[in-house]
Design a protein around this ligand. Structure first.
Ligand code: NAP
Length: 480
């Protein structure tokens, strides 16, 4: 099937590429030009139910295929994604206004992710245990522990990496023998359809995936509570994640949620390096990244010098359209742009100084740097998901640790200092999933564990952990 843009896309339900029974569709417009890219089916609960039943039923046979057979299909999937990276990258660019080069590299990085997932899955084995390791146990009891798939995995992706953060759920699930219900973000659904099209072209039996296109506000609760779902893996906002956690019952959850990652800059930091990392970390893809640096906590003594360096770099960021490879592009929708603007306005009204930016054209928020931000301002605590960076001046490192840990979020943090031993001590005290020493916060390399604490998530991702999150132990005990 060759897909061109500006078309009514079909989705994968009931084991075929179909429209919705009602013919209802959702039109997808580009965030930056507001032009129609295409439409996707808006599925009803009834037809989803029928399709999910087929997907649940297909899992048993899939689980009986060999790892090598599954590996062959998934590796082919990676190859096809690479062949189509220009086309799929173009779609990502249009759908979520991400600069073209990053959109294309999202697809090639996804192919690498899939290949590593396959390789790692081939090396996951069970274990054999003897009963006499436990006091009073008998050596004639032999426990054989193997990994078995959970069943059917509900994978829900966010808009900002519509291919990468979807494939990183779908690939481990399938590789370990599960079937999948994939709910793409609506803004990102065409990219999701193209990603699944590549998987089917690679030879995956069609019934193994239900591609649940439709608005989360309409079908989300239904999917989350569907009795056919054996595990949920979700990336998105903390509010949605908490909602899903409240609704779901007795199924394992992996949640990758929002963040408010601090960059802590101490007196002895290499300020050139810190400024470079902070600007790249805060503003790439207009700050629409969970691991973007979302506040700077800098010691008073070096604050002016750091701020000067950051200011110069922010002024030189390329602002414009994704087609022109601009770093700062229009935000995903007007609601998001309004929210970012409200954080800037609140900070200004309470006395923050605007060093760069505070300029808006529709959904395009120019890169904004705010100095002298205090704890009373919303931007000190809330996740903007936009190109605004608050500078908070601190008197010592204990204050930085305290402010970091007061956040409702706990994804990552950066510490900039030449004293590595001290950085390690600070890292121990930070309530976050990962601490970057002398570098920006970011996801990856993808085989590292990736997790958030507090409002930033539940469970652990990263290739090995993602594979283990979709299996359970099966123990067979031989009594000799
Ligand atoms: P979102 O609004 O929470 O949406 C995420 C997904 O959830 C979308 O597919 C959405 O569908 C769906 N959804 C909405 N309501 C639902 C419901 N009741 N039940 C089930 N699913 C539902 O988040 P977003 O705006 O796409 O992404 C931005 C957020 O994701 C930010 O907070 C960011 O920090 C976070 N994020 C975290 C990570 C991480 O790894 N920690 C990575 C990337 C992004 P619709 O699109 O149809 O509404």
């Amino acid at each position: 099937m060759t897909i061109t843009t500006h078309q009514a896309f079909k989705t994968l339900i009931h084991g075929e590429w179909n429209e919705s029974q009602s013919k209802a569709t959702i039109e997808i417009n580009s965030p930056h030009k507001n032009d129609l890219i295409g439409s996707v089916p808006s599925l009803s609960q009834e037809e989803l139910n029928d399709s999910i039943e087929k997907t649940v039923a297909a899992q048993d046979q899939w689980a009986q295929t060999s790892l090598q057979e599954r590996a062959e299909i998934l590796n082919k999937w990676a190859d096809i994604l690479e062949e189509r990276q220009e086309d799929i990258g173009e779609t990502i660019m249009q759908e979520v206004a991400k600069k073209k080069s990053s959109a294309v590299s999202e697809v090639s990085r996804t192919a690498d992710y899939i290949r590593h997932t396959v390789e790692d899955a081939l090396r996951i084995h069970g274990e054999v245990m003897r009963g006499d390791s436990f006091k009073g146990g008998s050596p004639s009891k032999i426990g054989m522990v193997e990994k078995e798939p959970l069943g059917t995995i509900l994978a829900i992706g966010p808009f900002n990496y519509p291919v990468n953060l979807s494939a990183s759920k779908v690939a481990p699930a399938l590789m370990m023998g599960n079937s999948v219900i994939f709910k793409p973000a609506t803004q990102g659904a065409i990219s999701g359809i193209k990603m699944i099209e590549a998987l089917i072209d690679a030879g995956l039996p069609k019934s193994l995936v239900t591609l649940a296109t439709g608005r989360g506000s309409v079908i989300g609760d239904y999917l989350v509570q569907h009795p056919g779902v054996d595990m949920i893996t979700f990336t998105g906002g903390t509010g949605t994640g908490r909602h899903i956690a409240q609704l779901s019952t007795m199924v394992p959850l992996v949640l990758e949620l929002g963040g408010k990652d601090p960059a802590i800059v101490l007196n002895d930091a290499d300020l050139d390096k810190a400024a470079e990392e902070i600007v790249a970390g805060a503003y790439s893809y207009s700050g629409q990244r969970c691991t973007a640096i979302k506040r700077v906590l800098v010691q008073d003594e070096v604050a002016d010098q750091l701020v000067e360096r950051i200011t110069n770099k922010v002024k030189s960021l390329k602002v414009g359209m994704p087609e022109d490879n601009a770093v700062i592009t229009p935000l995903i929708n007007t609601k998001s742009a309004d929210f970012v603007q409200s954080l800037i306005d609140d900070a200004k009204n309470q006395g923050a100084s605007v060093l760069v930016g505070d300029k808006r054209e529709d959904n395009l928020i120019y890169p904004t740097l705010l100095d002298h931000v205090t704890s009373d301002m919303k931007v000190a605590w809330e996740e903007p998901f936009g190109p605004v960076l608050p500078i908070i001046r601190i008197s010592n490192e204990n204050e930085a640790i305290e402010l970091s840990n007061q956040s409702d979020y706990g994804l990552q943090a950066s510490v900039f200092t030449k004293d590595t031993e001290n950085a390690m001590k600070i890292a121990d005290k930070l309530k976050v999933g990962s601490v970057q020493i002398n570098a920006k916060t970011e996801r990856g390399p993808d085989h590292f564990p990736f997790l958030g604490v507090k409002g930033s998530g539940l469970g652990v991702q990263g290739i090995r952990n993602s594979l283990l999150s979709v299996v359970r132990d099966k123990v067979k005990i031989l009594n000799m």
